[in-house]
Design a protein around this ligand. Structure first.
Ligand code: TIU
Length: 220
């Protein structure tokens, strides 16, 4: 059984009952002109992790883990977009508005796609989610139950928003969750650091964290 050097203590899992969940590595969050930038963020803070996320995905594929990708997006008619989400704050473009990569955060638009380097392979699961957490209003629970998944490895953006929300949802549903530090990022480095510490504090109150090198060494 692979054993990963992690915090607050070692993480052990069976590859057959473990899934990698890559959260929202979409052009809308990672490239200029998308949702992340409309909110006033510097996207270079998150684009830097793409090579490490790729190494993590490839390592998990090699070891036979289930690989799941999520995409934050909404229906073209905005019927799954609460006013509270659309109208929050003062972005340069709102969800559903036309931007340089198509309509912001709308399913099927170019900006909503996962970045080319991390594109899902045929047969990998892609979960479209209208919320920050990947369990809310999606089929994720069923997908995991059908495959007998008990352990989840997390990567993606942003650490303290969609990644942490999903990890907390998963933890409450009884999954053992580990977040790979170099494979997640925030527009606010201090929020990433705080989220990592919150997750592993109090004996792993939300789950575990590990460095990519330790994960890749332990998984083989
Ligand atoms: N704004 C921000 O930090 N994140 C999001 O809106 N979505 C995700 O984290 N995917």
């Amino acid at each position: 059984m692979p054993t990963i050097k992690a915090l607050p203590f070692d993480f052990r899992f069976e590859p057959a009952s473990t899934a990698l969940i890559v959260i929202d590595m979409q052009r809308d969050f990672i490239e200029p002109g998308g949702f992340g930038e409309t909110l006033g963020n510097d996207v270079s803070r998150v684009s830097v992790i793409v090579p490490d996320v790729k190494r993590l995905i490839e390592g998990c594929r090699r070891e036979g883990l289930t690989v799941i990708h999520t995409m934050e997006c909404h229906r073209p008619d905005l019927s799954d977009l609460p006013d509270a989400k659309r109208n929050r704050g003062n972005p340069t473009l709102r969800i559903g508005d036309a931007g340089p990569m198509g309509r912001i955060l709308i399913a099927g638009e170019a900006g909503t796609e996962i970045v080319t380097e991390l594109a899902p392979l045929p047969g990998e699961i892609v979960i479209e989610k209208p919320g920050k957490g990947a369990f809310y209003a999606t089929g994720l629970s069923q997908v995991l139950a059908e495959r007998g998944i008990t352990h989840l490895i997390f990567a993606g953006v942003t650490t303290e928003v969609c990644v942490q929300t999903t990890m907390r949802e998963a933890n409450d549903r009884g999954f053992n969750c580990l977040l790979v530090e170099e494979a997640t990022a925030s527009y606010f480095p201090e929020f990433k650091q705080a989220a990592l510490e919150m997750i592993r504090a109090q004996g792993g109150i939300v789950g575990w964290t590990a460095h990519l090198a330790d994960f890749l060494e332990g998984v083989n």
